[in-house]
Design a protein around this ligand. Structure first.
Ligand code: ACO
Length: 325
């Protein structure tokens, strides 16, 4: 039976030039390289320059993805940008990226699901393409979390970084089997009872300020392994597959210990997990497309591979997508 699939035609990423190591942080706040690496696996992160905005990072990643896809910007009629650090409260940062790419047709909007943003945006775009409402999409994850960090709070500021990644999507006819290229399954979840476990303490309707990130790290950690493991298993099962059949896991890059716990729980080998958090830190919605781009460009992810994306973040939100590359 012929079915419409949504395939990834190309991907790209962009990181700000400035690299801040754990040693650099230890020179300014009461922390050590050993504590940060031991608790998280993070060694360094990129930090945007003054005046470098989320839209700048997103635009550069989008251009790199279009180049990789061999596609002109005018062919894109949908931009979905996942971010929790927009240039302004409104309009959507996606519309700024759309204008910079010279696109004046179709639709562009932001999706806000914090660290799960890219998986949410991918799923939204997949369904808009499958319905026939749009034909080619850019899905971008871009963040400058450095601007919402309290640099005096050592329990959070050491964890995050800035960056952007993007993919170009288009439809393709498949046979309706797991051998088809494209997105084979996707699932999204949220549970707002945990709203205050990881949040930013400012907002237009609350106190009219931007605010800073606040987190109960242990609580987030406690839920992360369970939520991520269960969404991996149910997404793989939706496609009638087993975790052992996955070639590459490309997870949200929050903490190496969360990934180790998840690997143990679902029975996946650590060698199949793409890890970039050592160099990028947690870049929230940008972390999955950044990791995807690294593993695709260095030749690990090849055409025909089964790739599983997964994330969890503030809300709580979580989700996964299974893709035949
Ligand atoms: N440097 C040195 N010491 C520190 C630092 C630091 N940067 N931060 C905290 N400490 C100290 C604490 O003060 C505490 O000291 P005490 O024992 O004297 O009171 C000690 O280290 C232990 O603190 P905990 O918060 O209990 O440390 P924990 O082992 O839980 O690790 C961490 C903290 C890394 C934040 C962990 O809880 C975690 O990774 N949680 C998940 C959070 C996360 O990844 N969030 C990202 C967004 S959600 C997501 O993406 C899944």
């Amino acid at each position: 039976m012929s079915v419409t699939r949504v395939i990834i035609r190309g991907c790209g990423s962009y990181l700000p030039e400035n690299i801040v190591t754990n040693h650099d942080l230890a020179a300014k706040i009461d922390t050590t390289h050993e504590w940060i690496v031991g608790r998280t696996g993070i060694e360094a992160r990129h930090i945007a320059a003054d005046g470098e905005l989320t839209s700048d990072l997103a635009f550069n990643a989008a251009q790199n993805a279009l180049k990789d896809a061999g596609m002109a910007a005018e062919e894109i009629d949908l931009i979905v940008l996942a971010t929790s650090t927009p240039d302004h409260t409104f309009p959507a940062t996606a519309t700024k990226v759309q204008a910079r790419l010279g696109i004046h047709h179709g639709a562009a909007f932001d999706v806000q699901a914090v660290c799960s943003g890219f998986v949410y945006a991918l799923s939204v775009a997949e369904n808009l393409l499958k319905s026939g409402q749009h034909s080619k999409a850019l899905v971008i994850g871009a963040e400058v979390f450095s601007r919402i960090l309290d640099w005096e709070d050592r329990t959070t500021c050491v964890l995050f970084g800035d960056g952007a990644g993007a993919v170009v999507l288009e439809t393709s006819e498949g046979e309706g089997t797991n051998d088809d290229r494209g997105i084979l399954a996707a699932q999204l979840r949220s549970d707002g009872r945990y709203y205050d476990k990881l949040y930013v303490d400012g907002g237009p309707s609350t106190n009219q300020i931007t605010g800073f990130l606040r987190m109960e790290g242990r609580e987030v950690f406690r839920h992360a392994v369970g939520n991520i493991s269960s969404i991996i298993l149910s997404t793989v099962e939706q496609a009638g597959l087993e975790p052992s059949q996955i070639d590459w896991f490309v997870p949200h890059q929050a903490n190496k210990r969360i990934l180790e716990g998840t690997a143990r729980k679902v029975g996946m080998s650590m060698d199949k997990i793409v890890i970039t958090l050592d160099k990028h830190g947690n870049t929230s919605a940008a972390s999955i497309p950044l990791a995807l781009d690294v593993a695709y460009k260095d030749g690990r992810i090849k055409k025909g591979d089964l790739v599983l994306l997964e994330a969890m973040g503030g809300g709580f939100t979580w989700g996964a997508a299974l893709i035949r590359w």
